[in-house]
Design a protein around this ligand. Structure first.
Ligand SMILES: *Cc1c(COP(=O)(O)O)cnc(C)c1O
Length: 465
């Protein structure tokens, strides 16, 4: 038995709060808690390593087995191996296409899950893990989640029909597409959906306030937002998968990823993959007009975008990304939930590892058009921001890397979720994936509240006694 394994068995990884004012928890505890009591986000105390040999072995493995190997590094000692294998096999029963575009540039389509966005990767595994632990403890849970469009449906779908877990989804009334809304509001059963007069950031504030309200502690609240460590861990996996499947096989292979970012949960998955040993040369973090991160990266000054800007990549309309607290922590800094930095991160290292750029709506539309005309590559607005970020990087820094450098840009939603925009730009109707068929005819059910915490609390108390 090797030393690392011994260490893991003796010592399962504990999770600390980025605000550094809460006790260390096990994975199970951090998963069920969501947000730490000091309003920080949970992060692993140490980062397990994946060896070069293990990464090579992934080349032959199906997605769910890579998910098993990678997530087991964090979960060993917290769930028996057989049960973990069941969780990943059941969660990842769909394709993860790697579409060649030109030279060694690829688009990874993370849109083949049941709700057609990359949020399925996290939601399906987190849902199954929560259900597993809750059943063992014989108790129930109320999941509160704010959505900018895709989290709500992925979470609702992942928990739909369970007896002991109920779900409340808040969405900004004017900022999700009709099709995104219908994916949540046509479910019913244990899923309640509320439209809020306000923006995604407002929904997120309501949810965070409820968590720290002692008057609601009887509800056993938990979070399914990307503040939950249970969403972060599954998002590490597809970075390993893409590299393992696309590399040439040389020892010095490496990869550059472009990640369209909003709340930075997806990016954090990639960052952790790199810290675990994945040879990532650089990350491109592409944001829409909500450019607080590229501004911070260039000069170290952080300022929320308030109110957030409405862009066509609506799931990325985030003016204060909660996962920045984790990113800053990874670089040795401390950022609290409000965005105040009490210890600066190692910006030099961050700039070396991350390139970030803001892409406006015109550029996004132009990118959708160019990708379609030049490469027959069909992108929706979020994936187009990622692809545009890659083009910007190639123009500015591409000559520093060899012509056969491997690049992977993430496509985070299915184009059929944005039919109006795609049709306006390309004059075509994207084919519906099977998961979206029939949704137009179903009846919608949802409630509405003003952006007011008192009113939200009343709603919860009335509906969940
Ligand atoms: C949520 C979402 C994003 C942004 O992901 P983060 O983890 O919040 O950065 C990008 N694209 C789509 C389609 C999304 O639903």
């Amino acid at each position: 038995m090797n030393i690392e394994l011994l260490l893991i068995m003796k010592n399962p990884i504990k999770f600390y709060s980025t605000n550094q004012n809460a006790e260390l928890l096990s994975f199970r505890e951090a998963l069920l808690k969501g947000l730490a009591p000091d309003k920080g986000l949970y992060m692993p105390e140490w980062i397990p390593q994946v060896s070069a040999g293990e990464i090579r072995s992934f080349a032959e493995k199906p997605y769910y087995e890579i998910a098993y190997e990678v997530t087991r590094k964090f979960l060993a000692g917290e769930i028996p191996d057989d049960d973990l294998m069941w969780v990943v096999k059941d969660a990842y029963d769909y394709d993860v296409p790697l579409e060649p575009v030109f030279e060694k540039k690829y688009v990874m389509r993370l849109d083949c899950g049941p709700t057609a966005s990359f949020k399925d990767f996290a939601a399906r595994m987190m849902g199954r893990l929560m259900q597993y632990y809750i059943e063992q403890e014989n108790r129930d849970l109320l999941i509160l989640t704010a959505t900018s469009g895709d989290t709500g449906s992925a979470i609702a779908n992942a928990f739909y029909g369970l007896d002991n877990i109920k779900v409340v989804v808040l969405f900004p009334e004017k900022e999700v597409t009709p099709r995104q809304r219908k994916q949540m509001t046509t479910l019913g059963k244990n899923v309640r959906v509320i439209s809020v007069t306000g923006k995604f950031d407002d929904c997120q504030v309501l949810v965070k306030e409820a968590f720290t309200d002692p008057g609601l502690s009887y509800l056993n609240l938990s979070s399914a937002n990307s503040i939950n460590i249970g969403r972060l861990v599954p998002q590490i996996v597809y970075y390993f998968y893409a590299f393992a499947k696309l590399r040439t096989g040389n020892d010095d292979d490496d990869v550059i990823f472009s990640v369209p970012s909003g709340n930075f949960g997806d990016m954090m998955g990639g960052m952790l993959a790199m810290r675990m040993g994945l040879p990532v040369k650089r990350f491109i973090s592409a944001v829409n007009e909500n450019d607080e991160f590229p501004v911070y990266l260039s000069g170290g000054e952080y300022k929320k975008t308030e109110p957030s800007k409405n862009c066509i990549s609506s799931a990325m309309n985030v003016g204060h990304p909660s996962n920045l607290a984790r990113l800053v922590a990874l670089y040795g800094g401390i950022m609290d939930e409000k965005g105040n930095i009490s210890r600066q991160a190692d910006l030099k290292l961050m700039q070396k590892e991350i390139y970030s750029v803001s892409i406006n709506d015109n550029q996004t539309r132009q990118t959708i058009k160019d990708a379609w005309q030049r490469y027959n590559l069909l992108l929706e607005p979020h994936g187009a921001v990622g692809w545009a970020g890659l083009q910007s990087f190639l123009k500015e820094e591409g000559d520093k890397y060899p012509p056969d450098q491997l690049y992977v840009s993430l496509e985070t939603a299915h184009p059929a979720k944005f039919p109006e925009e795609i049709n306006r730009i390309l004059g075509i109707q994207p084919d519906l994936p099977p998961s979206l068929e029939g949704i137009e005819d179903k009846e919608e059910m949802f409630d509405h509240i003003e952006n007011d915490y008192g009113r939200f609390k009343e709603y919860l108390v009335e509906n969940y006694k």
